[in-house]
Design a protein around this ligand. Structure first.
Ligand SMILES: Cc1ncc(COP(=O)(O)O)c(C=O)c1O
Length: 365
């Protein structure tokens, strides 16, 4: 069996370094917002190419707290793609705002800046581009749009740790960027975790208060609304041990993607975009009759996954934000299938996956 993803294999690969890092936390002195969180925040800010990193409890919290810290609130509208994980839209609801869905670009599968401009209205306050599957959204056009319409921008980098666009780190374009460290992510722990990064010192201060009961630095007096949304010391210790291996793991993902691209050529399969700075959180192809192929690959011992069906504009929680038809999103939601790409799972198994697909696409049910 080749699983679609297997986080425990990554933990096993780096187990010695992880155990040593956890042992330092267990010895103390502090189990909450201690040395591991501080060290991880400092190191991850460098990876993201910005000055500040604030560790929080999850990627969803990272998005919600970043939007709130940027002033997004009741009745505001926030633009986002519909082709993303539900957490992106839930975070907008958490602020009392309305997620408004925008069509994606068929090639990058990320939010289309031209379509975004068409749904901007008087209540539009912010924009949340998602670097879906690790592929960069068009941040140059999106930041120009945000400047023109005075929108706050929070990049959803839950799938793009270490990715770049034209040599610049994803996460460094927007006013803030949100990361998830869910176990399957390019950088993932053994539980929930997240972070917001930003170049803005005042914004970072507001985020530190928001994650910790609204307390001002060093005190225990609530100056305003606050939550308990802290990155856990144990998760931070694990992430600290894995972070030095992120660039190598992303290179392995790119190599795996190149092998898939060559092996799957000429089969009438839609390929992911080819962008130099992509970190291939997923290698998602488009195939006709996707669900049938998925079932048959499962039976052949090859794990695949569907990201994401249906599009969020079809979820009952978010239908208020479905303002325009989204035919490209609907077509992708019906046809995308994610191959195994995690290095510990996929490396050197691409040929077996491609051979199975070739056989299944060319034989009748
Ligand atoms: C694009 C995207 N945004 C947001 C999230 C939410 O992150 P979390 O599960 O850490 O809350 C995820 C992943 O889970 C994601 O893939």
């Amino acid at each position: 069996m080749i699983p679609q993803a297997a986080p425990p294999l990554r933990i096993a690969r780096f187990r010695g370094e992880i155990d040593a890092s956890i042992a330092r936390v267990l010895s103390g002195p502090s189990y909450i917002l201690g040395e591991a969180v501080a060290a991880f925040e400092a190191a991850f800010a460098v990876t993201a190419g910005v000055k500040h990193c604030v560790g929080v409890a999850s990627g969803t919290d990272a998005l919600a707290l970043a939007l709130r810290a940027l002033g997004v609130g009741l009745g505001d509208e926030v633009l986002l793609p519909s082709l993303t994980f539900a957490g992106t839209a839930q975070a907008i609801l958490h602020c009392g705002a309305v997620p408004v869905f925008v069509e994606v670009d068929a090639a990058t599968r990320c939010i289309d800046p031209v379509a975004a401009e068409q749904v901007i209205g008087p209540r539009t306050a912010a924009l949340v581009p998602v670097h879906l599957f690790g592929h960069p959204a068009n941040m140059h056009a999106l930041m120009a749009l945000a400047d023109k319409h005075r929108l706050a921008v929070v990049e959803d980098c839950a799938q793009s740790h270490g990715g770049t666009l034209d040599g610049r780190e994803l996460g460094s374009f927007g006013h803030a960027a949100a990361y998830s460290f869910y176990p399957t992510k390019n950088l993932g722990g053994v539980g929930d975790g997240g972070a917001v990064v930003t170049a803005d010192s005042d914004l970072a201060d507001r985020l530190r208060r928001l994650r910790y009961y609204g307390f001002a630095a060093g005190g225990r007096v609530s100056g305003g609304i606050g939550f308990n949304s802290r990155l856990d010391e144990i998760q931070a210790a694990i992430l600290l041990a894995l972070l030095p291996h992120l660039a190598e793991a992303n290179a392995e993902r790119r190599a795996s993607a190149a092998r898939y691209r060559a092996l799957l050529a000429g089969m009438g399969i839609g390929m992911p975009p080819e962008q130099a700075g992509s970190v291939y959180h997923q290698f998602a192809v488009t195939v006709p009759d996707r669900d049938r192929l998925k079932r048959r690959l499962d039976a052949a011992g090859i794990g695949t996954a569907v990201h994401y069906a249906p599009g969020l504009h079809r979820h009952p929680a978010f239908v208020d934000g479905a303002r325009t038809p989204l035919p490209i999103t609907d077509a992708l939601a019906d046809s995308l299938l994610s191959m195994p790409i995690q290095p510990e799972v996929a490396s050197n198994h691409e040929e077996r996956v491609a051979l199975a697909i070739r056989g299944l696409l060319h034989c009748a049910e």
